[in-house]
Design a protein around this ligand. Structure first.
Ligand SMILES: [Zn+2]
Ligand SMILES: [Zn+2]
Length: 503
């Protein structure tokens, strides 16, 4: 399968080897990380009291997150999922699912040229942002016209555009960046992005965020310039069906996409530091729980190497991607039973539920016990089905007292997630905005006129159960390195009174 990409989750990349010769396009943006705010309207977070009942049920089945995403999309724009499947040359959601799972090999989505690829991607955004009509529902499908400013949203006519403007004007500028990044992201598939990086010249504790990170990149402007002037950038704008922006805008877009690429490894690095886990002291194992296509589709074994540059001289780190939606690929290899090789980051995966993995691999010592567990956008706050699927994992993490870092897309999701974790009597050691959040804005696919979200915009750190809180807290670094977490009372989290601790 060509380099696939899911909306909303900073999806993934193909190696440069895929892009020599014939076009190997990324398919149009398939929906969507359902953990993104598409999944549920605000206020859908579970009410107090329910989890205890659900605990008893211990749902054995994993939620099908993609199908939830499709449903959410069709609630906003009826019929849009059908358009997307058609563009992907697929009959049904089941086809899509098997392609994503790698069960249907050789699926090329019927895309033959670069122009075709960009056109199909754009087509999936063609619906009237005001009345939600798809092209087929219009007397003349070509009458759908794009907002000139952002080149992102469409209208069936002047009346809808006027009616929508008071709302759209709040987001038009950001949506322009979203549309640009969506195209430039193709350079992640071609291998142009990210540019090569070097060992950090400052200790990790002194790198407070992206500004510091970029300041360590030698010859940054030359590297950005080479990408802007590169063959694939030229090819992109020859086929995108939009005018090429100025070089300055392209450089900014590349920078945002570079942060998107490195956000996951650096957030893991942040988690290690927050819990005082020293990669120089011993080999480490990190479990990425609830991993999906977003983390595993076309992921290369080198994609988390920035951790080696962050912690030069480390003793070896293994990242094990565990989740039902893990995709077959270069990192689909068994977890190590021995420590990770010194000075290297080793990626492996397990396709299945985390508590099953725990039973079959960790308890039997086929895989190491994790030093840190990370979940990117778990989305358990989004709807009861997802929460039911997550519960066994959440309880396992709590009851084994494992250091856990979860990320969310927005402050709103942070509040909803905290509420659930408080109800589960998890010990929340802190939460804050993430200094290594992706800087790339992402729109809610089928509902563009909403505030854009950012991958891993906030994090929550957990350690064991509420009653056993005290021992764990000592493990945390207590310095001024951006740890702004506070301990929410149940009332604070539930009542939403958490703003003061957010950066
Ligand atoms: Zn309309
Ligand atoms: Zn606009």
């Amino acid at each position: 399968m060509a380099g696939g990409r899911r909306r909303g989750g900073g999806g993934r990349r193909g190696g440069p080897q895929q892009h020599t010769g014939t076009p190997q396009p990324a398919p149009p943006p398939a929906p969507l990380c359902p953990a993104a705010p598409t999944a549920q309207p605000a206020g859908a977070a579970p009410k107090a009291g329910r989890p205890k009942k659900v605990v008893e049920e211990r749902a054995a089945r994993a939620p099908d997150v993609d199908s939830l995403g499709f449903q959410a999309m069709d609630r906003n724009v009826p019929g849009l999922s059908h358009v997307i499947l058609k563009k992907l040359n697929m009959e049904s959601y089941e086809d899509y699912k098997s392609a994503m799972d790698g069960r249907k090999s050789g699926s090329d989505f019927g895309i033959r040229t670069y122009f075709d690829m960009f056109q199909k991607m754009e087509d999936t955004f063609k619906f009237c942002a005001e009345c939600k009509k798809l092209p087929d529902a219009l007397p003349d499908p070509k009458s759908l016209r794009r907002c000139k400013r952002c080149q992102n949203v469409y209208y069936c006519g002047v009346a809808c555009q006027r009616a929508n403007w008071p709302l759209h004007k709040k987001f038009c500028k950001k949506l322009k960046l979203v549309a640009l990044d969506r195209l430039v992201e193709w350079l992640v598939f071609t291998g142009d992005i990210p540019f090569p990086t070097e060992t950090w010249t400052k200790p990790a504790r002194d790198v407070k965020g992206w500004e510091d990170w970029f300041s360590m990149q030698e010859q940054l402007e030359e590297k950005l310039g080479a990408i802007v002037a590169g063959r694939y950038m030229t090819l992109l704008w020859a086929n995108a069906g939009k005018p090429r922006p100025e070089d300055g805008e392209l450089r900014q877009s590349i920078r945002r996409l570079v942060t998107d690429f490195h956000s996951r490894p650096l957030t893991i690095g942040l988690g290690l530091r927050l819990f005082g886990i020293d990669p120089l002291a011993k080999p480490l194992t990190v479990h990425v729980v609830g991993a999906s296509h977003v983390e595993t589709l076309n992921t290369r074994p080198t994609d988390y190497d920035e951790l080696t540059r962050m912690f030069p001289g480390h003793q070896g780190m293994e990242m094990v991607m565990v989740g039902v939606d893990v995709v077959d690929g270069p990192i689909m290899r068994p977890p190590l039973a021995t420590p990770a090789p010194r000075g290297r980051v080793y990626l492996s995966s397990y396709k299945g539920l985390y508590h099953d993995f725990w039973e079959s691999h960790v308890e039997t010592k086929l895989a190491a016990r994790p030093d840190l567990v990370v979940g990117f956008h778990p989305g358990f706050h989004a709807c009861p089905d997802l929460l039911a699927g997550w519960l066994p994992t959440l309880l396992l993490l709590r009851d084994y007292g494992l250091p856990v870092l979860f990320t969310v897309y927005s402050e709103q999701e942070l509040k909803a997630s905290l509420q659930i974790l408080v109800e589960l009597e998890t010990h929340i050691v802190g939460y804050a905005s993430n200094p290594f959040a992706s800087l790339r804005p992402e729109q809610v696919y089928s509902s563009p006129n909403k505030a854009p979200v950012y991958c891993s915009s906030h994090y929550i750190a957990l350690l064991g159960a509420e009653a056993s809180a005290v021992p764990g807290a000592e493990g945390l670094e207590d310095d001024d390195d951006g740890w702004q977490g506070g301990e929410p009372s149940a009332a604070a989290a539930v009542g939403g009174g958490i703003t003061p601790v957010l950066g």
